[in-house]
Design a protein around this ligand. Structure first.
Ligand code: HEC
Length: 271
């Protein structure tokens, strides 16, 4: 009968044992030691453990076991048996089990690593947080208070050419998310949280002033204050993509295209 002692004389067993000890040391030893010396547990971050610490230990151990030919042969022998053995049925069975189990485990591990969770983050997202008051777009400062769409005439009318230009911009840039009926059902919509705004709904642009919409179009999701999180909006910032006039054109188109009951809310002027 092979005793524990003879097993641990074998190079492969030593290799695995030291790897295990190193893992235990990094995972538990370092936090314990740091608690003793500094009073604060400082665990090794998992990504460092698996990309740096453990690979280095594994490599150094490989150097150790391959230092001379005899040790290297001894280290390889069981691995070689595992791969090529034909006679010993237990080894053949073990090989078959491993050939199925290893890819399966790797697949499962990868699956759980990348599968997204759909649980809502704690905390509520404010859909229309307060705007920042003043924004800079293309080097120009805009005070949002009282800012009107410069393409609108006295009675709020917009020239057909501007509406058409806005439509074209919408079809080129916005339709993938906000949909061709402006109802937020673009082809990317199902993949986004929060979902793209539905402009035909009375809860979006119909309650907003055009200056607010201008801010949202220019600065997008990245421009939202923290109240607009925890889910980050996929709404792009258009300031580098579109000119100021193009943004006003597409905004005019949003109101025009979303339906007869959708028109800009007047921003309360501070008097
Ligand atoms: C990659 C997808 C995507 C594209 C492309 C996109 N949007 Fe959005 N948009 C969103 C999402 C998601 C929201 C909702 C979250 C938010 O308010 O930021 C949104 C919100 C908005 C809002 C705010 C509505 C409200 O009620 O506050 C406006 C206005 C808007 N988009 C206009 C546009 C315009 C104009 C374009 C094209 C120039 C455009 N979007 C392109 C994803 C997109």
């Amino acid at each position: 009968m092979t005793s524990i002692n003879t097993i641990f004389k074998h190079k492969l067993a030593q290799y695995l044992a030291v790897l295990l000890l190193a893992y235990l040391f990094f995972q538990f030893g370092i936090p314990i030691l740091s608690t003793i010396f500094t009073g604060v547990a400082a665990p090794v971050p998992a990504h460092l453990l698996w990309t740096i610490y453990m690979p280095i230990v594994a490599l150094v151990l490989l150097l150790f076991v391959s230092a001379n030919e005899a040790a290297w042969q001894e280290f390889k022998a069981p691995l070689r048996t595992l791969v090529v053995e034909q006679e010993n049925r237990r080894v053949v069975l073990l090989r078959r089990v491993l050939l199925v189990a290893v890819p399966l485990l790797a697949g499962l591990f990868t699956f759980f690593q990348i599968s997204a969770t759909v649980t809502a983050p704690a905390g509520l997202r404010s859909i229309h947080p307060a705007d920042p008051g003043t924004i800079t777009v293309g080097g120009e400062q805009f005070v949002l208070q009282g800012l009107r769409n410069p393409l609108r005439g006295e009675n709020g009318e917009v020239a057909t050419a501007d509406i058409e230009a806005g439509h074209e911009i919408y079809i080129t840039h916005c339709v993938f998310c906000h949909g061709d009926a402006l109802n937020g059902e673009g082809m990317f919509a199902d993949g986004l949280r929060p979902r793209p705004a539905n402009f035909t709904d009375s809860g979006t642009i119909a309650q907003l002033s055009e200056s607010y919409v201008f801010w949202r179009v220019a600065k997008g999701g990245p421009g939202l204050p923290v109240e607009g999180t925890p889910w980050n909006s996929a709404m792009p910032a258009w300031e580098d993509e579109l000119t100021v006039t193009e943004m006003w054109q597409v905004i005019a188109y949003l109101y025009h295209g979303a339906g007869p009951n959708i028109f800009p809310a007047e921003r309360a002027t501070s008097e």
